[in-house]
Design a protein around this ligand. Structure first.
Ligand SMILES: Nc1ncnc2c1ncn2[C@@H]1O[C@H](COP(=O)(O)OP(=O)(O)OP(=O)(O)O)[C@@H](O)[C@H]1O
Length: 244
């Protein structure tokens, strides 16, 4: 395996009863890239995130991170190796302060509370949330909550960050700030895989895109090629993209 492959998912299948949510999916994630994972609702994008982050194991196939087989490791063990994720629906602890929420992430790598607090403050500043550190997380606005999700994941000091629809519901100016944050994360040396539905946001941002449809990889490549792919237009993007 080439060392520039950080994450190597090969021939992964995940079933839920009779439903095949991921079917023979292979995706390679290169170190330092921003990879977009796109596709219609129910295509299997979150399932693939869950498989990578360790929410459940695959029924078949292999998942290797820096060459190590991680398919049977727990979520916390994968977090310690350097895989972090956000959730589609933010999962903050609303009665805890914003700072304490981020400290929960920081404790993954920093057992001492003084060091974890320092990491949490640095991460909040990086994400533009430092002013909100003492506020209860439940008082954050929806875009701030999405930032908090990112901050909590970043505080674990990941090598690979999985972003699940962090731009959903943002106004165009909030989304621009979100794009800036994702670029900054990558510039820090963190590899990013992001699920997004808004093509105008995701396509200019990502280096490559993988399209899932009905649990299978339908296409992958440079964004400009993927948006012109006939199968992708038919299954997901719609006809207005054919003229583009
Ligand atoms: N834990 C689960 N138990 C049973 N079925 C599941 C589970 N997780 C996902 N599924 C099913 O697997 C299929 C793929 O779902 P998944 O959430 O991965 O798609 P998605 O591409 O992330 O969709 P969306 O864009 O709507 O979030 C769906 O039919 C979904 O209902």
């Amino acid at each position: 395996m080439s060392t520039d492959i950080l994450l190597d998912v090969q021939n992964v299948t995940r079933r839920f009863g009779g439903l095949v949510a991921n079917s023979d999916v292979s995706v390679e994630v290169r170190r330092g890239e921003i990879l977009g994972l796109i596709g219609p609702n129910g295509a299997g994008k979150s399932t693939l995130f869950n498989l990578i982050a360790g929410a459940f194991p695959p029924n078949e196939g292999s998942i290797r991170f820096e060459g190590q087989d991680i398919a049977r490791l727990s979520g916390p063990a994968r977090c310690r190796l350097g895989i972090a994720r956000t959730f589609q629906v933010p999962r903050s602890f609303d009665s805890m302060s914003v700072l304490d929420n981020v400290m929960v992430g920081a404790f993954a790598k920093e057992p001492g509370s003084a060091a974890a607090r320092r990491v949490a403050y640095e991460t909040l500043a990086f994400c533009g949330l430092q002013q909100r550190a003492p506020a209860p997380a439940g008082e954050l606005t929806p875009p701030e909550k999405r930032r908090l999700e990112v901050a909590r994941a970043l505080a674990t000091k990941p090598k690979l960050l999985l972003l699940d629809e962090v731009m959903t519901g943002l106004t165009p100016s909030e989304a621009r700030l979100g794009v800036e944050l994702v670029r900054k994360v990558r510039d820090q040396g963190v590899t990013v895989v992001m699920v997004e539905h808004v093509m105008e946001i995701v396509m200019p941002l990502v280096d490559r895109a993988v399209v899932l449809n009905l649990g299978k990889v339908l296409a992958e490549g440079k964004p400009r090629d993927v948006v012109r792919d006939d199968a992708v237009i038919t299954a997901y993007l719609g006809e207005r993209h054919r003229a583009a």
